[in-house]
Design a protein around this ligand. Structure first.
Ligand code: CTP
Length: 212
């Protein structure tokens, strides 16, 4: 099958030398891309900047900002049967990008931000995607409730939820512990390496029947 995966952070420029970004190593998304390729799928990885190597046998489309990622997904998603959104996309971006380096002035400065477009939330209604849609939810509280809300609101078949308040897993760690949240049920998986988890997640995702 053809699988599209978003991964990594996005980078939102403030001026030529500064930017806003999200905390994301990209490890989970890259592990999923590697696992999907190993399982014989044709994989397109759309990724913000990371320090990771591009997995073997994966088509790679590098992007920087949330707007770039939106455009890349919009132009590619129609060719795919499965779309997995593992990227940590910035929810806000500077309202204006300064053409020149901003100089220090007073003791405080205010930066005005504007909302970015929700890429996952646009997949069904705006991009008309009919395949299997998988989102991620990084939560610090009410994990199941928040993840189920995201699943239903964004038209996902599955949301992979993790508790980012835990120090021992997630973010830069090579291990993760996730709960699979479907529209009607959920299933907690044991803690495992991101590689093993990715392989198992791909098996699960292949079996999700998208009724769209
Ligand atoms: N996502 C996306 N585009 C955005 C923001 C998020 O595609 N602009 C995707 C992420 O890749 C991830 C999921 O949406 O799969 C995470 O959603 P999140 O931003 O946490 O959801 P929200 O509903 O915006 O919730 P919150 O209120 O927690 O910000």
């Amino acid at each position: 099958m053809k699988v599209l995966i978003t991964a990594g952070p996005t980078v939102e420029p403030i001026d030529p030398v500064r930017y806003l970004t999200n905390r994301s190593s990209g490890k989970m998304g890259y592990a999923l891309a590697a696992a999907a390729a190993k399982r014989g799928h044709s994989v397109l990885l759309i990724s913000g900047p990371t320090s990771l190597e591009i997995p073997e046998g994966v088509d790679y489309l590098p992007i920087e900002s949330a707007a770039d990622m939106y455009q890349a997904v919009e132009s590619q998603i129609g060719r795919h049967e499965i779309a997995i959104f593992a990227a940590a996309v910035a929810d806000y971006t500077p309202a204006e990008v300064a053409g020149q380096k901003l100089k220090k002035t007073g003791d405080e400065m205010t930066l005005t931000l504007k909302r970015t477009k929700d890429i996952l939330g646009s997949a069904r209604e705006v991009m008309n995607f009919k395949g299997t849609l998988v989102g991620f939810a990084a939560e610090t509280e009410n994990i199941l409730e928040n993840a189920r809300g995201k699943c239903l609101r964004k038209g996902c078949d599955l949301v992979v939820a993790n508790d980012v308040s835990r120090q021992d897993i997630g973010f830069d760690s090579s291990e993760n512990e996730v709960t699979l949240v479907y529209p009607e049920r959920s299933e907690a998986l044991p803690q495992d390496s991101k590689e093993h988890l990715a392989y198992h997640l791909m098996e699960v995702i292949e079996d999700v029947k998208a009724p769209h």
